[in-house]
Design a protein around this ligand. Structure first.
Ligand SMILES: NC(=O)c1ccc[n+]([C@@H]2O[C@H](COP(=O)([O-])OP(=O)(O)OC[C@H]3O[C@@H](n4cnc5c(N)ncnc54)[C@H](OP(=O)(O)O)[C@@H]3O)[C@@H](O)[C@H]2O)c1
Length: 258
């Protein structure tokens, strides 16, 4: 996929990984459609993208959890550019704590944003992509998509679901010219994701570095984009997974209020 002039849609572009990804695509002169719920923040990101080299940037209010909003977002992109090359499904939320204490509205929010949001935006984009026999969908999962951490059970469940959705869709689309890639970031600095919550243990990746991994996934859409040393964790999962459940549970218990 050639990125210069390509039309790239990014959900959750108002902060963190989405914002950095927008700037990384802008540096490669892609045209951008940025969506999130905070329009003021999107406008700031859009200015940075223009200064970074993007020839065209549009921002839109978007709530990925609402099917109608996702459809309107993609329809607006097609009106603005009359094409659509890359969708980065990045919008996501987290929650940490004991499963039996998790409020129902938080459960609903995580599923609606992290899973249904990906499905909503993908469904809205697919018809156009399949008809034109081109396009790349990059889904931002997490290492929690293969190594779910204790005290983030619902988050891990949504990210496992995103992985399953992406792999099945990739098979469904084989031969259509539309590609699907899943990126699995580890703990990333420079985002708002852990605000008010303890950060998971393990290596920390700079947000700009993660953004470049996402851009590369759009250019070369591999099925799974897992960086070292997380690839080793994934490979160890069938053998050491049970042990890791307990070990990570032990570590994370120390951060929880009693
Ligand atoms: N940070 C990490 O360590 C890490 C690690 C692995 C995976 N991830 C994943 O990376 C993605 C981005 O997270 P981040 O780390 O960049 O966190 P972040 O800074 O909190 O960004 C989350 C983004 O999602 C948007 N968003 C949330 N709910 C939305 C909704 N209903 N509709 C549209 N946009 C929505 C937010 O914008 P508005 O509030 O303006 O809507 C914001 O732009 C998430 O999918 C997350 O699960 C993060």
């Amino acid at each position: 996929m050639r990125l210069k002039g390509a039309v790239v849609v990014i959900t959750g572009a108002s902060s963190g990984i989405g914002e950095a990804t927008a700037i990384a695509f802008a540096r490669r002169h892609a045209r951008l459609e940025l969506g999130a719920r905070r329009l003021d923040r999107l406008n700031v990101v859009a200015d940075r993208c223009r200064k970074s080299g993007s020839p065209d940037v549009h921002v839109r209010l978007l709530d990925v959890a609402q099917r109608a909003s996702a459809r309107a977002f993609i329809a607006a992109t097609l009106r603005d550019y009359e094409r659509l090359d890359v969708v980065v499904n990045n919008a996501g939320v987290g929650w940490q704590g004991r499963v039996h204490e998790m409020p129902e509205d938080k459960v609903d929010e995580l599923i609606a944003t992290n899973l249904k949001g990906v499905i909503n935006v993908t469904q809205a984009a697919l018809r156009w992509m399949i008809e034109r026999r081109c396009g790349v969908i990059v889904n931002v999962a997490s290492v929690a998509g293969f190594r779910a951490a204790p005290y983030s059970a619902v988050y891990g469940a949504t990210k496992h679901a995103v992985v399953g959705f992406s792999h099945a869709l990739r098979g469904e689309l084989s031969g259509t010219g539309v590609k699907v890639s899943v990126v699995y970031p580890g703990v990333t600095s420079g985002t708002e994701f852990f605000e008010g919550r303890a950060r998971s243990s393990g290596p920390v990746y700079p947000v700009g570095w993660v953004a470049n991994v996402i851009v590369r996934a759009a250019r070369f859409p591999r099925r799974d984009v897992i960086v070292l040393p997380m690839r080793l964790v994934q490979m160890a999962e069938p053998i050491l997974g049970g042990l890791m459940d307990h070990a990570i549970g032990e570590v994370r218990r120390r951060d929880l209020p009693s």
